[in-house]
Design a protein around this ligand. Structure first.
Ligand SMILES: N[C@@H](CCC(=O)N[C@@H](CS)C(=O)NCC(=O)O)C(=O)O
Length: 322
């Protein structure tokens, strides 16, 4: 995996891991916010006013972080408001690449977009990227914040009746997000990219402890915070939907499959069946990306055939409605 050093693309870097073999994810660096009136958000600089046709989202269909932003764009009905372009599934020596130059930025790779935004940029060239046509820069490369922008900043055009981060549930959502981020969303990567047995054991144990906890919670509640679908559910969904297809085998998260957990599996099917969501899930791209991009984990790059799992089967979660 390559990275940028002072605007130069280098490919001799190892994946980020600490000296004790633990995988460490770097914090995102563009942290501005699109807001209704252009005022600065909780972090970063102002000047990014919500306007139709002004912003452009670069995603990978394989990436669970980018997938959150694709789901929010879809469910909040922002497809005509924020344009989208997707990189190719494989991430090799040039990092994420586009099959043809991006019509908005002119870039052929994700790293070129970072250099256009900051000619001296140092760090990884990750997706998602939210690009501003007007100031020709990156607004944000942090999915957790892009989904908050999509949730409310564009309500003049999108579906303002949907709120995935309602005030009265914010504290609960933030709490569950933290647990799920550390042990599940990033936990699968900490297991898969561990360089030592101890680092792997620690990650896989914490991951399955949380899955067991969530299984119990979802036996009583229809969604993570109760009766209402929130941001926390969509953040969990993008990891769950990849789990049996890639994390179970490729990242060695194989104590159990999601299909072995009746409640988590029913919940996964229900979220998958929310209108519009299934079309955001590209299993071929997901499998090709993971099995084909990480040579150190899968040198043959052979993509396994399974699993044979049907997410369109009835979920029967209605019985949990109050
Ligand atoms: N914190 C970021 C993480 C994004 C991220 O790590 N994306 C991965 C793809 S799944 C990526 O682009 N990796 C490229 C690299 O690390 O070089 C977010 O949630 O937006």
């Amino acid at each position: 995996m390559g990275y940028l050093s002072n605007g130069e693309w280098l490919t001799d870097g190892a994946m980020p891991s600490s000296s004790d073999g633990r995988f460490v994810r770097k914090a995102s660096s563009f942290r501005n916010w699109v807001t209704e009136d252009g005022a600065p958000g909780p972090t970063g600089d102002g000047g990014f006013k919500a306007e139709p046709g002004r912003y452009h989202l670069i995603v990978s269909h394989a990436c669970p972080w980018a997938h959150r932003t694709i789901i929010f764009r879809k469910l909040k009905k922002l497809e005509e408001i924020v344009t989208l372009n997707a990189v190719e599934p494989l991430m090799l020596e040039n990092g994420w690449t586009l099959s043809e130059p991006d019509p908005v930025t002119g870039a052929e790779t994700a790293w070129q977009i970072y250099v256009k935004a900051d000619p001296n940029y140092s760090g990884r060239a990750t997706v998602p990227i939210l690009w501003d046509r007007k100031s020709r820069t990156i607004v944000s490369n942090e999915s957790a914040e892009i989904i908050r922008m999509f949730n409310s900043a564009f309500d003049a055009w999108g579906d303002s009746s949907l709120d995935f981060h309602p005030k009265e549930l914010r504290q609960e959502i933030d709490g569950i997000n933290t647990l799920i981020y550390e042990t599940v969303n990033n936990g699968v990567y900490r297991a898969g990219f561990a360089r030592t047995q101890d680092a792997y054991d620690e990650a896989v144990t914490a991951l399955f402890d949380t899955l067991d906890f969530l299984e119990d919670r979802l036996s009583r509640k229809r969604y993570l915070t109760g009766e209402r679908l929130t941001e926390a559910d969509w953040r969990l969904f993008t990891t769950l939907v990849r789990f049996d297809a890639v994390y179970n085998g490729h990242f060695k998260c194989n104590i159990r499959r999601i299909a072995d957990y009746p409640n988590l599996f029913g919940y996964l099917r229900e979220l998958y069946q929310v209108p519009g969501v299934a079309e955001t899930v590209d299993f071929a791209a997901i499998k090709q990306h993971y099995y084909g991009s990480h040579e150190s984990l899968n040198p043959t790059r052979i993509v396994p055939a399974g699993p044979d799992i049907d997410l369109t089967l009835p979920h029967q979660r209605q019985k949990l409605a109050a």
